[in-house]
Write a protein that binds this ligand. Sequence first.
Ligand SMILES: NC(=O)c1ccc[n+]([C@@H]2O[C@H](COP(=O)([O-])OP(=O)(O)OC[C@H]3O[C@@H](n4cnc5c(N)ncnc54)[C@H](OP(=O)(O)O)[C@@H]3O)[C@@H](O)[C@H]2O)c1
Length: 266
Amino acid sequence: MKNETALITGASSGIGYEIAKCLVKKGFNLVLTARDQSKLENAAKTLSPYGNVTIDTVVADLHDPLAPQVLYDYCHLNGLQISLLVNNAGYAIPSSFDQTPMEEEEKFIRVLALAVIALTKLFIRDMLAVGKGRIMMISSVAAFAPPSTIQTLYGPIKTFVNRFSEGINISYNKRGISSTAVCPGYTVTNFHTASGVQDEMDRVPSFMKKPASRVAYEAVSATLKGKKVIVPSKTFKLIVFLLKVVPHALFPFFSKRLAPGRYDSR
Ligand SMILES: NC(=O)c1ccc[n+]([C@@H]2O[C@H](COP(=O)([O-])OP(=O)(O)OC[C@H]3O[C@@H](n4cnc5c(N)ncnc54)[C@H](OP(=O)(O)O)[C@@H]3O)[C@@H](O)[C@H]2O)c1
């Protein structure tokens, strides 16, 4: 058994679950967290045959400002030194910006940004104490795309995640810590149903929909190599390249077919 432990948020389904599977196969002990206890326990049960590791589950709602400290305290009290932190949990808000109560925006920012900052702050101190640690931040291709008319805050917050990850690298690479911003494109998970945009996802051409297992595989290998940014799949590497060179004003014309709904007027 490897003496390394990874904490994964949003590990009960989708990309987080597949990352957990990759890490079990590599011999990492796991701490899995999400809100739904039965989904989490089921994830732990289906993962355990993949490796001779310990798998802990902790139910926590990252809408709760105290959740990051609860997760840290659990690890501390159980003698679990986290060498890989995976900030993965996330969703998008289904209603349009003007219809969304501020309270919902604040909860969203808490899960996708404040919890990421808080968990990184708590666990990086222990990583620095041993001079070694890796952080994975699940961002999105949306971090590079022009703002869309749906999910107004999603892209800007993922852009923040990329910049935050860069900041961690600049500050701590020399002290043995690396942070990898993983930027997937459309990935087949529960995300689109949970975020109220399954209709848009259904209209995305199939060559642009990637399996979560592939995204996770590329994310884990890039993180273990200490890469700074990774865009899984050749398709989305090309799209991110185009997003960097094509003037953003032209993008809505291409997006009708490739990113249905993103630039429709509301
Ligand atoms: N799918 C895509 O096309 C895509 C593309 C780019 C980036 N991403 C990013 O990938 C990450 C994972 O999403 P996914 O596609 O794998 O979606 P998913 O299948 O819906 O998984 C989301 C995970 O986050 C957990 N979660 C949601 N809200 C939470 C909260 N308040 N507190 C704690 N855990 C919470 C969910 O479990 P519970 O509901 O039980 O808490 C679940 O385990 C997200 O950061 C997302 O932004 C997804």
